[in-house]
Every structure is written in C-alpha cells, then in structure tokens.
Design a binder for this molecule. Sequence first.
Ligand SMILES: C[S@@+](CC[C@H](N)C(=O)[O-])C[C@H]1O[C@@H](n2cnc3c(N)ncnc32)[C@H](O)[C@@H]1O
Length: 279
Amino acid sequence: MPVEYHPAPPPPGPRAGGLPHHAGLELDAIVALAADLELPNFARTVDALLGGSANFAVDREAATALLQLDPLADVRARAQRGFTRRVVRHALARGIDQFLDLGCGIPSVHSVHDVVLGRDPAARVAYVDLDPVVVAHARDLVADRPTVRVSWGDLRAPGCVAAAVGDHLDLSRPVALVIGGALQFVHDDLAAVLAGWRELLAPGSVLAATHGSTVSRDIAPTLDALYVRGLAGLSLRSPEQVREAFAVIAPAVDVVDWPSAGAGGRDTTGVLGVVGTID
Ligand SMILES: C[S@@+](CC[C@H](N)C(=O)[O-])C[C@H]1O[C@@H](n2cnc3c(N)ncnc32)[C@H](O)[C@@H]1O
C-alpha cells in the first residue's frame, strides 16, 4: 500500500542554538523511515490501541499480539493519556500557556494540543520525541497548527531539548512539562533525569510524568521484539523503584487516582503518575 507523508517543513527564522529543527535527520530520510511498513513501530502500535488512524496493518497486528500478552494494554494507554489531559487542564487553570510533551508519541488521539488549543488558541505546544517516525507523523498531524511545534530530541538531555524548543517556548516563564509513557524506555537514573528537568523549569511550572507497570521478566523479551522500532527495550522497574524516583517531584499515585481517587473513572492500572509544581 503506497503511503504519502507530507511533514511540515521546518519553520523559518533563526534558532536558539543547540539541535536544529530536525536534529541532522534529513526530512526525506524520516519520511522514508516512516513509510517503511515492514516492521511495527511502537508509537503507531499505541496509536492502534487508542483507535487512532496513524497506524498500518503491521502495527495493528502488533497491537493484537500485545493485547494477548497484556490484556490491559489498551486500558493503560487510554488511562495514561487521560492523566495527561487532566494535567494539561490543571496547568491551564493555573494560567500556564506553554506545554512541553516529552516522548509525545503520535498526537492523533486524546492529544495535548487538542486540549490546550480548545481552551487557549494562542497557547504554545512543543512535542518532542526520540523516534524520527513519530516526529514525521506528528509534524504531518499538526502541520496546520502554527502554535504547535514538533522536534526530534532525547528527554535524557534537558539542555539539548531546551535549546531545540527555545525559539518556541519561553523557558524563563512557567511551562507544563509532561513525560507520559516514555520513562519505562529510559535506562538511566530516573531521579537524576527528572531532577535535571526540575532545575531547568521556571518557578510556577508544572512537572508531570508516568511510568508503566512492572512487566514480567518472562514476557519482556517478547515485548521488546514487538517494540521493534523506535525504542531500545524496556527498563524493568518495580513500583517501589518508580515511587522512589518520582519522589524528587511528589508522591506517585496510580494515574487514574490523580488529582483525586478515582478521577480517571477506572480501576487501578498499575501505571504510576506524578504531578508537582516548581517553587
Ligand atoms: C508509549 S509512547 C507514549 C506516547 C504518549 N506520550 C502517551 O502518553 O501516549 C512512548 C514514546 O516515548 C518515546 N521515547 C522513548 N525514549 C525516549 C527518549 N529518551 N526521549 C524522547 N522520547 C522517547 C518513544 O519514541 C515513544 O514515542
């Protein structure tokens, strides 16, 4: 099946230094990668779980296989995005008009920019992801949204990401930063990564993150095989390890239980979430 992609071109004007808009990845190469439909892509598989349209047969097959391994995979994916949307509404209510979504995945369903622009059309959203396939899809999806920017970047390098988004967001002012569903693919010291972001944000900012439930070591290799593209394998952390890392921000709760017990309207998912404010 031929697929055409029309990613938005890099925006005009000078950059704030650091990574260029597409971080050295030629747009054509990104498009070629995105159009390679031989292998499932993890973000597209999540999109399939969420009922989005940015996925292909190979991703839907992976979603079916994933559901056989983890029958709650779709529930967790929805719960995670529901949490992010509640965090975004919380930040909007605090007067925040800048949003940074790290490890954004494909923003086709229940996306941050839908919530933000529905409430404040002038607010700015910066999406960042390490997977060039995600970047290509996301740019395509928001091509007609001048207040939404998509950058390639690695959330483990706060300074580089800050430089990449620095001409879109004013990081000397409060920002709502969300890291949803990406940290279980980060093998580094989570507390250190989160502390790096905490130090970079202006007072009044909101910092939120989630971390998937512990996956059994038996099925981890199978999941890794399914997550073939865009990720470097799962980092298996116990809930206690996640709680300890998240403590640099605030006490962690199940994502359905923020801001109050049962706020997500579902039974517990095992996905932990944390929301804090920078003093
Ligand atoms: C499960 S998806 C989550 C998507 C979305 N945030 C959500 O809540 O549904 C995880 C995303 O994190 C991205 N990711 C993984 N490691 C990353 C890193 N070090 N820096 C930036 N993005 C990363 C992946 O490419 C993938 O798109």
